[in-house]
Each structure stands twice: as C-alpha cells, then as structure tokens.
Design a protein around this ligand. Structure first.
Ligand SMILES: C[S@@+](CC[C@H](N)C(=O)[O-])C[C@H]1O[C@@H](n2cnc3c(N)ncnc32)[C@H](O)[C@@H]1O
Length: 280
C-alpha cells in the first residue's frame, strides 16, 4: 500500500475511507483545499444548496484563528499552543501564525481524522517546535497522557488551547462540557481556551430554520454534529473568565480593546460563534 489514493477500491492508505465524507476534508474543500474525494464534494454541493455562504463561514473561522493566535502570542505572551481538532493544513496554520510573532512558540496539533493524520502530519511538522498527536479528543485522559502534550504543559506556563469548530462534533452536551472541563483543569493558571462553535439560537427565526435544515442534510454524514445556543457555548468555558467581547458571532469577535471587522456579508452573521476564556 502506498501513500497515494487508490480510487478503485474507495480505500486509501492509513485507513482513509473515500466513500464517505470526512469533516476535515469537506471543511478543507470549503477553504479551497485539494485533499478531498467525490463523497466530500457531493456533500459540499448539498450544503451549498442550503447555505451558499458556508465557505465564508470557513474563511471567517480561519480569520478568527489568525487574530486570536496573533493576539495571544503578541499581547498576552503565550508561547505554547494546542490546536485541538486542527484539520488539514491550510494557508496559515497555528504554528506559522504563532512563530511569526515569536519564533520560539511551540505548537501541538491533535486530530483523529485519517486524512489529517496521513496527509496533514508531515506538512504540519515543518520544525522541531511543532508536534502532531493522532488522538481522539473525546478521551481527554489519553490525550493528556501523550508525551507531546505532557511536555508542552510541564513548565507550567500559560498555554492556549484552541478548539475551533471541534466541540460541536460531540453530540451530547453534558459530555462536551465535561470534556472541555477536563482539558481546562489540566492547563496551568493563566491559560486560555479559544472556541468556535456552530450555533442555533433555537428561536424559530431564519437562522434556526437554516441550520435545522442544514443539520438534517448532513446528519447521515456527521451524526454527532450539534448546533448549540449561545448560552450553551458560553457555558463550555466553565469557571473561566470570558474575555471581551464575550461569546459572540464570529464576525463580531475582536481582540480585547480592538475593533470589530467591517460589517460582514449577511449570510455569515449568526451561525458560528466564538470566544476566548482565561483560566484564573
Ligand atoms: C471543521 S474541522 C476544523 C479545523 C480547524 N480547527 C479550523 O477551525 O479551521 C474539525 C476538525 O476536528 C476534528 N475532530 C472532530 N472530532 C474529533 C475528535 N473526537 N478527536 C480529534 N479530532 C476531531 C476533525 O477531524 C476535523 O479535522
């Protein structure tokens, strides 16, 4: 078996199943990536019929990631990052953003998608301050026991744990809260948790209607995907101090003391929320 796709069987190296869409690959396709297959592109087309603004959600999410990581590295002196649910490598990855500000920044990526493990790993490991852990984030004890994570946490310096568009892939809400709590408990004081998450206001309004239809459409492919209310997303921060401007629409998020971006396109406004918390 080689590292190259073997399209005839629908299976490729490292357990990649090309016959079913993968979250990482569909998302990567929204960002213009190349590591995708017909099953991913078919789901993309179905999503686009309901939410043609979805690629803008993905781009807004990457802009948010860049803003948050840059701000944490530049203004809050963070040198250690865990990118949990990193996805396939794209134009600007967490280590590139952080190490541009501070070359000594260390980043550990975690993901369990076979495509990310197989194709992403090499590209994300372009220097010795960057590591990749192939693990299931719903098992915090296993992830926290990994040597790369232990090494990152060992000095007791503040760490930024980034969980961008990841926690909404855990269906059960209480389990999601518990998982977030276990990770935060393991972080040194002064650490940060940065989350973006799919939102359904649950108010019967247009966003509720849109994301309910979207959730129905993708359920066969992503059965654990959970859109949550702003209150539910906020409570994933547990006891942390949620920093300005709070848990808000992604497009309204700005670095504390900064200003929001220009007014976004209408469609992207309400379906993805983000926020940053600080451990006291
Ligand atoms: C939509 S992508 C987001 C990628 C990136 N964080 C971003 O925001 O641009 C979600 C990623 O989370 C990963 N993921 C979902 N559930 C996971 C789990 N239980 N363990 C590890 N990774 C997971 C998926 O494999 C995918 O790469």
């Amino acid at each position: 078996m080689t590292d190259q796709p073997t399209y005839d069987t629908g299976l490729v190296a490292h357990g990649i199943d090309t016959t079913r869409p993968s979250v990482a690959r569909v998302y990567d396709y929204f960002l213009g990536g190349k590591d995708n297959y017909e099953a991913d592109r078919e789901l993309y087309r179905q999503i686009m019929k309901i939410a043609p603004e979805a690629p803008e959600w993905a781009r807004a999410n990457r802009r948010w990631l860049k803003d948050v990581v840059t701000w944490l590295a530049e203004d809050r002196g963070v040198r250690r990052f865990i990118d949990a649910g990193s996805g396939l490598p794209t134009a600007e990855n967490t280590h590139q953003i952080a190490q541009r500000v501070k070359p000594a920044s260390e980043v550990v990526y975690v993901d369990n998608d076979p495509s990310v493990v197989a194709h992403g790993r090499a590209l994300l490991l372009d220097n010795d301050r960057t590591r990749f852990v192939a693990a299931d984030l719903t098992k915090p004890a296993d992830v926290l026991a990994d040597p790369a994570i232990r090494q990152l946490l060992a000095p007791g310096e503040p760490v930024a744990l980034v969980m961008a568009l990841m926690l909404h892939h855990i269906a059960d809400y209480e389990q999601t809260r518990e998982i977030a709590r276990e990770y935060v408990d393991a972080l040194p004081p002064g650490s940060f948790l940065a989350i973006t998450h799919a939102c359904n206001p649950g108010d019967g309004g247009p966003v509720d209607v849109l994301v309910t239809e979207l959730a129905d459409k993708v359920r066969h492919a992503f059965p654990t995907l959970a859109f949550r209310t702003v209150e539910e997303i906020s409570s994933l921060f547990g006891e942390m101090e949620i920093l300005e401007p709070g848990v808000v629409r992604l497009v309204d998020w700005h670095v504390p003391g900064g200003r929001p971006e220009e007014e976004p396109e209408a469609g992207v406004r309400d379906a993805i929320y983000g926020g940053v918390g600080r451990k006291r």
